[in-house]
Design a protein around this ligand. Structure first.
Ligand code: GLP
Length: 268
């Protein structure tokens, strides 16, 4: 594992994480022993941005990976952090699920962050059609315009799908892709339908920010935790940028960090 620059770490302060920085990979990578440590560091970074600008624009992700980061943010609101005025854009949403459907990403965000952290629902945006008669193209254009009008995304939280997808940019997504309607890959449907009461009704399509949209965020923070992410993390960090592994297209962003835990770093 070359390029290891172990930061000495505050050994006397058990609460602060020891971070190993890997610098000669395709993405600047920080390895921590446990996911909670990365979540705490990222929550600290977000809290710092909110302190500087209470209306900071955050890009948010769903999935199990960022849940602990959201829990950390919620915990900080009990200590005085005010998230009520942040503006948020979520990466993606399933097609055909009502906002109140427990399986929708809107419900997910309400459960894990917006509700308990007191984020104003009017300031949260998802790439969804406003009404039955709005086309996906119009909805996508409206979403992109809203990001632009908000002044762009300051920090985008990202996870990685098992097939290298980022948001719902499945393999084959171009680097310059924008927000659009996409068909979900078979693997994505299989993995993401776990927990659905009725897998038959699992959506076949979604709306997602494009890779090009994501690349315009000023900071990208990618998270991947656990042994089940070790394979995709190793592929990501060894592969030249390719549409076949969309997450590799984020390499080269001027301010991108990949946070992983030791389990996800096992194959490096
Ligand atoms: C979904 C989301 C992605 C997310 C991925 C990984 O497909 N659209 O944005 O990164 O799942 O999910 P998990 O964090 O549960 O591994």
């Amino acid at each position: 594992m070359g390029g290891l620059r172990a930061s000495p770490g505050p050994g006397h302060l058990a609460t602060l994480p020891r971070v190993r920085e890997l610098t000669d990979l395709t993405l600047p990578t920080r390895v921590v022993a446990r996911p909670e440590e990365a979540a705490r560091a990222l929550a600290d970074e977000v809290a710092g941005l909110v302190a500087a600008d209470p209306e900071v624009v955050l890009g948010l992700a769903t999935g199990s990976t960022p849940v602990e980061t959201y829990a950390q943010l919620v915990a900080r609101t009990r200590e005085g952090l005010d998230l009520s005025r942040v503006r948020t854009f979520n990466l993606d949403e399933y097609e055909g699920l009502a906002a109140g459907d427990p399986a929708s990403f809107r419900s997910f965000m309400r459960r894990h962050l917006f509700g308990p952290a007191g984020v104003d629902p009017a300031r949260t945006r998802f790439p969804v059609r406003a009404a039955e008669d709005e086309t996906p193209e119009d909805a996508a254009a409206r979403f992109e315009r809203a990001i632009e009008e908000a002044g762009g995304i300051e920090l985008q939280v990202l996870g990685i799908g098992g097939n290298g997808h980022v948001a719902f940019n499945e393999p084959g997504s171009p680097r310059d892709s924008r927000t659009r309607r996409v068909e979900l890959a078979e693997l994505t449907r299989r993995v993401n339908s776990v927990g659905f009461l009725d897998p038959e009704r699992f959506p076949t399509h979604a709306m997602t920010m494009g890779v090009g949209t994501i690349l315009e965020a000023r900071r990208l923070r990618i998270l991947a935790f656990g042994a089940h992410k070790a394979g995709i993390v190793a592929r990501l960090l060894r592969s030249a940028p390719t549409e076949e592994l969309p997450v590799t297209l984020l390499a080269g962003h001027p301010d991108v960090v990949l946070w992983i835990d030791e389990a996800a770093a096992a194959e490096l």
